[in-house]
Each structure stands twice: as C-alpha cells, then as structure tokens.
Write a protein that binds this ligand. Structure first.
Ligand code: ARG
Length: 634
C-alpha cells in the first residue's frame, strides 16, 4: 500500500490540468516569447536609461539538456555597454526573473558559465503546455499566429517551355511547395506562382525550324509530344549556331511573334500547351498546386518598366542597348557593371521581365514578401534585379522584402553531374516513376515476409506512390538547402536512417501503439487529430512527464511550433526533418522505458497514450508540411 501511495504522490507532483501558479501570460505567449519579454522587462527595471534602445533578449532553446530548456546570454552581450561584468548582469537578471517565472521554471534559476541564465521548465508547466498543444481547436498544435500576417508570393518551380523540366526545377518545386505549406499553416496568405519561361528568342528558333521540317506540328494536326519537342529544340539550336540564313529566319520569326502575328501566336500557344500538359503530370504526381504566370504575362508591362527607369534617370544607352549601371557590381577593369534592360534590337531581357513582375506583385498582388526559389547560380541575377527595383522605387524596403532562396546542385550517386548511364539528362518523369517502382518492390517484399498479410491493388498503388514520391522529397528537403547533395535511390528508400520511409514507418508504429492503447480495432485508420483531441478532452487526463524519457519526449514535442517559426524566418526545411528525426528517437527511448499498455495504473496509461497520440500527430503534421502523405500500414 505504501509503495503504491508513494508512486501516486510522485506522479501527482508532475501532474497538471494547468500549473495554476504559473503566470497566465506565459500560456498565452508560449514559454519562449514570455521569457523574452520578461528579460526585457527586468533589464529595463534594473538598468533603465543605461540600456541601448533596442535589446535582443537572446533567449533560445538550450543547446544541451544540462543547460535546462532555455538559455539567455544577453548578459554577455550587454555587459560592456552597462560597464559591468557579465556575471553581475546575469545575477541581477536572475533575481529579477525569479518572480516572473515562479510556477513555470524550477527555481532558483541557474547562472552558469561566463554569464548565461538557464531556465528549466517545471514538470507541471511542461505538462500544461503539452496539454495546450493537444487542445488547440484548430488542430494546429498551438502554433502561435505570427504578429504580422503577410501576403507572400512564392515564385517557384518555373520550368521552361520546349525544354525538359530538370532536377533543378524538381528541387525548386519541392522546396517551394514546403515553404508555401509552412507559411500557409502559420496563417499567411500565400500566392504560389509558376514563372514559366514561355517567352524569348528560343521560340523564334523553334517555330522557324518546325515550319521547315514539321509544319503539321504547328497547326496542331499532329502535335508532337514534349520529348520530340525537346529534340526539335536541340536541332533548332544547332542549326541556329551553324547557319546564318537560318539565324535570320529565326530572328524574323521572333519579330513576327512579338508584333502579335496571329499564325506565330497560334504556334507559340500550341507549343506552350504541349509543355504545360507534361509539367502538369509532374505536379499531379508531386501533389503540388501552382498558378501559372509565365514570363509572357508581363509583356504588356515591359514598356512601363522602361519608362519608370527613365523617369528616375537610371538608364543609359550603351552601344545601342539600354542599361542601368549597378552599384557594387564591377567589371574586371573596375568600371561599374551594366544591367541591360533592353537590347539594341528592342528585345527585352529575363531581368526586365523580373522587374515587371516585382512591380506587378507589389502593386496588384499587394505582396509584402516575395520569395524566389531557384538554384544558387541565379544569385547575382536576383541581387541585381532587386537593386534596380529598389533604386527605381518599385517597392518600399520597409514594407516589402524580396528574398532569393537559393539551393545547391543535385549530383549523381558518384558525386559527379547527375546524368543517365548513357550520359543524357535525366527525365523527371522517369526519375519519379523509378522511385515509385522501387518503393513498390520493397513494399511487396515486406508484405510477402509477413504471414497472412495481404493488401489490395489499390492500396499497393497508393502506398508505393506515397513512399516513392515521399522518399524523393524527403531526401531533398533533409539536406541543408544551400548544399549540393547526391541523389541515391538506395539511400532515400531505406527504411533505416533519416528518410521518408523511416519517418512514415515511425508514424505507422506510433499510431498503431496509440490505437491499441485507445482500444481501437487493429485495422482502423485512426485520425490522429481526433485521437489527440479526445485524449485532451478527457477529464481525468493528468499528463505526467516525471520519468526522464517522458520529459525528454515532451520537451521535443513542445518545440514543434518553434521549428515552424524558425522555418518561416530562415526558410530552411532541413530543420524540420532534423526535428522529426530527433522526435522519433526520443519516442523510441520513451517507449523502451515507459510501458504504455503495461503502465502501472490507469492514469499513467492515459498520460502515456496521450504522449503517443500527440507524437503521432506531430509526425503526421510535420510530414504533411513536407508534402509527404502518411500511411496506415507500411
Ligand atoms: N525559368 C527559370 C529557369 O529555369 C527560373 C525562373 C525563376 N523565377 C524568376 N522570377 N526569375 O532557370
């Protein structure tokens, strides 16, 4: 009897409906923001006018568990300005903060190292925050609404007509889609724009060539497929480089197209339509939605761009071309580098279109943030365009931010250029289909190894696709965006390691455990969101996080909203992948040390079931944000 009593006492110490003594503000703001504000308040009280005008409170999640849950190193950064020792500033901060964090953090707070203040959340408070995540009526795990909801344009994917979409476009599509999903989740209004390369001199070449060798392709009588089109394009390019007569024909064709010649426009539209159909297949497979607003969309606005640049006195004529001389970009000889905005033949540039697009997105779309997801190779292009747009007053830098979101290269398994065995560029559709095929093979093998397990052809279809596509996406997203990475089917499809199949497996396992603990049938497809909500609404749910493995899991769960806020700012999806992987490891530890079904008593079992359900739901939510579907069985 005594033993049992002791256990109950131990648990109720870490239990909470709500830790009643913790400051109410800390629940409203969440612990991180509450601590940040408290630090500022204490500093102002202690130092008043001696404080600089803006102070970053420098509260962050601790880098190591020994340092508690949060650390503040503002003392080190301010000491000199306050003419004081970091330790002394930290000490005054500690004393002032202690009343503010009563009931929330274990006290006394710790001053450590050269001047850190460390905070450790109390078990009761931790449990309440977890419960709050579970009770979010939006099912959004209590992620705080950003202080300023924005209209955000994400310019991504953006392949080129009559050219095959390549792995660079795949990266752009995958990364861009994830950024959109996260920003939407946080409550922003996101406009997903596909800046398709559907205009330019290549069309003159292509139309002139087709008119010669395959006129039926231009009338739509016998439309070629994209593969043929790409081949035609290559041949046309070759002709263009070799044959001056053909060059003239191609140029004449460009002029005709630009002046709105009906037959040329018809041919152009047809070519665009063919490519579009191919791109659409890929977007469907990837489950990505985009609004197409190609380069040609901005044609009517180009003269206006030039006019505005002229009015600002920014343009000069250089060898017949209109240019803006750039600040901070120098030629080899030290002279300022020009950005050509109109060629001597009157044609406009890729940059001119991007200038028009900025104007349109700011004025018509009322965008406050514009993201451009392209390979790192275009960094200079965007830096230059942004500069000219700023100098021309196309946007107010205080109101609108333009951000290039660059990414690295995809390399082959051998670390060299990503090519097929025969040396050709890899067709995206082939790449995705191969991933699905390999996923299906693995899945069929797993099914065969489990006696009595069968799956319907429909399920096999759905699962292979979810795993194959998920694997390609996850492999891309888990690497630091700006780094190059090696493409390996074997690695990305492995059930071990930081991969999509592994994370999907974690979901099926965790949700399976939760399902069992909740007494649901083994084959039920449980809705995690519902299960979490049910757990949270149960009157007798007393969350308990006293066991170290429970505490470690709860602390990781608590971090989820902050990972998204970090992503909102830094636009680095690998942080979310790392977070999910770490979560899965903490769950494994938890499951090893803290029996769920076999828990000592009902209240502990309830509590652990709730942690399982929440883990499952966080994994599911995280994978969804990465554009990955979860499956009930793997
Ligand atoms: N079509 C371009 C390419 O394939 C990417 C366009 C990126 N977006 C932009 N607004 N420039 O490289």
């Amino acid at each position: 009897v005594n033993l049992r009593m002791a256990r109950e006492v131990k648990h109720s110490a870490g239990l909470a409906g709500m830790a009643p003594d913790a400051p109410a503000e800390s629940y409203r703001l969440g612990p991180l923001e509450y601590l940040r504000r408290s630090v500022i308040e204490v500093l102002s009280k202690e130092y008043g006018d001696a404080l600089p005008e803006v102070v970053d409170p420098m509260v962050v999640f601790s880098s190591r568990p020994e340092f508690g849950d949060f650390q503040c190193n503002v003392a080190m950064s301010l000491a000199r300005q306050l003419k004081s020792k970091p330790r002394d500033v930290a000490e005054r901060l500690r004393v002032g903060l202690e009343q503010k964090v009563a009931g929330m953090c274990a006290t006394p707070l710790e001053v450590a190292g050269p001047g850190f203040v460390n905070f450790r959340l109390s078990d009761g408070y931790l449990a309440s925050v977890i419960r709050q995540m579970m009770s979010d009526p939006r099912g959004k795990l209590n992620v705080p609404e950003p202080p300023k909801l924005q209209r955000i344009v994400v310019d991504f994917s953006s392949p080129n007509i009559a050219k095959e979409m390549h792995v660079g476009h795949l990266r752009s599509t995958i990364i861009g889609d994830t950024l959109c999903r996260v920003l939407e989740y946080l409550g922003h209004t996101v406009i997903r724009l596909n800046h398709v390369g559907d205009w330019g001199t290549q069309f003159g070449m292509l139309i002139a060539y087709l008119a010669e060798v395959a006129p039926e392709a231009l009338t739509g009588e016998r439309p070629p497929d994209l593969g043929d089109l790409v081949a035609f394009y290559k041949q046309a390019k070759k002709r263009f480089d070799e044959d001056p007569v053909f060059q003239n024909a191609a140029r004449a064709q460009v002029t005709k197209l630009q002046s709105g010649d009906e037959a040329s426009l018809r041919a152009w539209r047809l070519l665009c339509e063919l490519s579009r159909r191919e791109f659409e297949k890929i977007y469907q497979l990837l489950d990505v939605q985009l609004t197409e607003r190609g380069e040609s969309f901005y044609n009517p606005y180009l003269p206006d761009v030039i006019e505005r640049l002229e009015r600002k006195g920014l343009v000069q004529v250089d060898q017949g071309a209109l240019c803006v001389f750039l600040e901070g970009f120098k030629n080899r000889d030290g002279s300022p580098q020009p950005l050509i905005v109109r060629k001597s033949d009157g044609g406009y540039m890729y940059s001119t279109t991007d200038l028009a697009a900025i104007l349109y997105r700011v004025q018509e779309d009322r965008a406050q943030r514009i993201l451009y997801v392209t390979d790192a190779g275009q960094a200079t292009h965007f830096a230059q365009v942004f500069q000219v747009a700023r100098r021309a007053g196309f946007f107010d830098p205080a109101e609108v931010s333009l951000e290039h979101v660059p990414f690295g290269l995809v390399l082959g398994d051998d670390g060299k250029k990503f090519k097929t065995r025969s040396g050709d560029t890899v067709r995206l559709m082939d790449l995705l289909e191969r991933a699905i095929e390999l996923a299906r093979h693995d899945l069929e093998q797993r099914i065969a190894e489990q006696p009595g397990r069968t799956e319907s052809p429909e399920y096999l279809e759905r699962a292979a696709r979810a795993i194959g596509i998920g694997a390609v996406k996850y492999a891309d997203l888990r690497t630091t965006r700006t780094a190059d990475y090696r493409f390996s089917y074997e690695k990305m499809l492995s059930l071990n390691g930081n991969t999509a199949p592994y994370m999907m497996y974690v979901f099926t396992r965790v949700s399976g455990i939760a399902r069992k603990a909740a007494g649901l049938p083994a084959d039920a497809e449980v809705c995690m969101q519902e299960l979490v909500a049910n757990c949270a609404s149960e009157q007798q749910l007393l969350l308990c996080v006293t066991e170290p493995a429970e505490g470690a899991l709860a602390r990781q769960l608590l971090r989820f909203p902050y990972v998204l806020l970090d992503l909102e700012r830094e636009l680095m999806p690998h942080v979310l992948c790392e977070y999910l992987f770490e979560l899965s490891q903490r769950f494994n530890q938890f499951y090893e040390h803290c029996p769920v079904l076999g828990a000592e008593d009902d209240s502990v079992r309830h509590s652990r079931l709730a942690l399982c359900a929440l883990t499952g739901y966080v994994v599911e939510s995280g994978l969804r944000l990465l554009g990955i579907e979860v499956l009930p069985r793997l």
